[in-house]
Ligand binder design. Structure first.
Ligand code: HAM
Length: 426
């Protein structure tokens, strides 16, 4: 039996990888415009980073990590998300000591979660994430959110909803925590085993339970917004004020709690409301995580960020019937007839390729007609024909496929001819 791809993973074939590259490049460019710089961290980390960083009571840590022991007996984990590792690197490499703060970073790469596979939910997926560390200015919350929104809009997505909530500071969270315990405790026997454990450890997690989400007590649970102290309330209002300034629409959703433990103050998700998107509509999730840097051994440093997966962006684009402007970039296809002409073609190909002109030839001894057909399929701008006659004249026949227009160009002038044509096209 042939070996098949592991469940929850995908092969990205060349047709699709063009779209991936486009999304990645577009997102990188947006980050560049906002002055966020790339950081690359390892794909595996010490398991403790995630149990401490993401939180012991989260589904991610309890059920979804790919954890293994290496040959030296260390417990390592394939990263389920990017924030904990970025914060680890920020602390370990003392980025907080650099003169220009906040430290504005972005990253992209595969993440791993042992989740039930369904549309939009994979076991290996590629996140593109952003983190701003070292600022507690509500304007940077709005900047981060606007970077996400503008990236999505720039990719052509229109049917977006930004949901935002505040989880408040420690004091507000403690007050809310007690209210949640009081609310759920009398009925906790009606909830799943996980929720029973969450009641004392982290009752906020109950609101995020995938098993009990329809329990009536979920609807009537105390809202964090009623427990925000003055400072947290003011902070949230300022964030919303900046979003107004930027013309970014939002819905305040007091039930938004996020699935990771490190959040406080601003929490947000961007969802797709496109029909046919499927049941999982969240494209992007993020929020503020003041305290995480200290938890991971660094100095007191606030932080905020988000991540989205390329997989979900592609699903959203498909649901909105948006296509990306991925260009087929073949400048020329060379047809050589005979051995001597082939030698010439091989040489011309190299010269043109080294000058940045994308070109190719047939390697399957196809007939001339089939080669023209292939050039058509590959959407080459030009076909360059070299036969015996052309060799004698030291000239090639250059045909523009779109118009059928044909000219003879001396071999010596071919490179400059192609370069000029390419410049005109661009
Ligand atoms: P998260 O909400 O766990 O947050 O994931 C962020 C995004 O990653 C989701 O909105 C979704 O687009 C994508 N995603 C998550 N799981 C899967 C999956 N199984 N398959 C496909 N896509 C998935 C975080 O990871 C935080 N680190 C975000 C953050 C950064 N918060 C602050 N900074």
């Amino acid at each position: 039996m042939s070996i098949q791809i592991p469940r929850g993973t995908q092969d990205i074939l060349p047709e699709q990888s063009k779209q991936w590259q486009y999304i990645e490049q577009f997102s990188r460019n947006m980050c560049g415009a906002y002055q966020y710089h790339e950081i690359r961290t390892p794909i595996f980390e010490h398991t403790e980073l995630f149990s401490r960083g993401v939180g012991d009571t989260t589904d991610i840590v309890q059920k979804e990590m790919y954890t293994f022991e290496d040959r030296g007996g260390r417990s390592l984990t394939l990263r389920p998300e990017g924030t904990a590792a970025v914060v680890r690197a920020f602390v370990e490499k003392k980025l907080y000591g650099l003169p220009d703060q906040p430290t504005k970073l972005y990253y992209t790469g595969p993440m791993f979660r042992y989740e039930r596979q369904q549309k939009g939910r994979y076991r290996q997926f590629v996140q593109f994430g952003v983190e701003a560390l070292g600022s507690q200015d509500p304007a940077i919350d709005a900047e981060v959110i606007s970077l996400a929104m503008n990236t999505f809009k720039g990719l052509g997505l229109q049917e977006l909803v930004l949901k935002i909530n505040s989880l408040g500071d420690t004091e507000s969270r403690l007050a809310h925590r007690q209210a949640l315990i009081n609310h759920f405790q009398p009925h906790i026997h009606e909830f799943c085993e996980d929720c029973k454990g969450r009641l004392e450890k982290n009752p906020l997690r109950i609101l995020d339970c995938k098993v009990d989400h329809k329990h009536p007590l979920m609807q009537t649970a105390p809202s964090i917004l009623d427990y925000l102290n003055e400072e947290s309330k003011r902070y949230f209002e300022k964030v919303l004020g900046y979003l107004d300034v930027l013309g970014i629409e939002y819905e305040v959703d007091s039930t938004l709690v996020r699935g990771l433990d490190y959040y406080n103050h601003t929490a947000f998700e961007i969802m797709s409301k496109a029909r046919g998107f499927g049941s999982i509509t969240t494209l992007c999730g993020g929020g503020r995580y003041n305290g995480l840097v200290e938890d991971l051994g660094g100095p007191e440093t606030p932080g905020i960020g988000y991540a989205f997966s390329i997989e979900r962006i592609l699903l959203a684009l498909e649901a909105e019937k948006q296509t990306l402007p991925v260009m087929q970039k073949m400048d020329a296809y060379i047809i050589a007839l005979g051995e001597e002409a082939t030698e010439k073609a091989v040489k011309i190909l190299q010269t043109m390729r080294l000058a940045g002109i994308s070109c190719d030839k047939d390697y399957q001894q196809k007939k001339m007609k089939a080669q023209f057909k292939q050039a058509d399929r590959l959407q080459a701008t030009f076909v360059i024909v070299i036969g015996e006659e052309e060799l004698q004249k030291e000239k090639a026949v250059v045909k523009k496929l779109a118009t059928g227009e044909q000219t003879e160009v001396a071999f010596a002038d071919l490179l400059s001819y192609m370069k000029q044509a390419k410049e005109e096209k661009e």
